[in-house]
Write a protein of this length. Structure first.
Length: 122
């Protein structure tokens, strides 16, 4: 049973996000700008656990990125995702990457189509 008291024991995901050493995905600067952390390398296991807990709880939104489909977590001005389904992550065997990108606040946050870009238009 998920109670408020039990949730109070979980790490505050926004504090973990704020403390994480996000780095720019330079390779995608011109095509689909985003940031990432390498979970084990950057000591962000607690952040990944909090992310996956939210996904398992049903807070993730299934979205398409061209031909790929995955669950995203929308928090603040960002959407967050991993390339591996949370149920398949085993940090003992591999390191994972947690990504984030600024929201566009249009359909590109849910369905990416040919011709779309990651560039924000203001």
């Amino acid at each position: 049973m998920d109670t408020t008291a039990e949730r109070g024991k979980e790490p505050e995901i926004m504090a973990l996000i704020g403390a994480a050493p996000w780095r720019e995905a330079v390779t995608y600067r011109e095509t689909w700008p985003h940031e990432y952390v390498v979970v084990k390398k950057d000591g962000q296991e607690q952040l990944l656990a909090a992310f996956c807990e939210r996904i398992h709880r049903g807070e993730g939104v299934e979205c398409r990125f061209f031909h790929q489909q995955r669950r995203y977590l929308f928090l603040g001005d960002y959407k967050y995702w991993v390339m591996t389904d949370c149920s398949e992550i085993d940090l003992e065997k591999s390191d994972e990457v947690l990504n984030r990108a600024l929201l566009h606040r249009d359909r590109r946050d849910f369905v990416i189509r040919t011709g779309d870009t990651g560039k924000r238009t203001t």
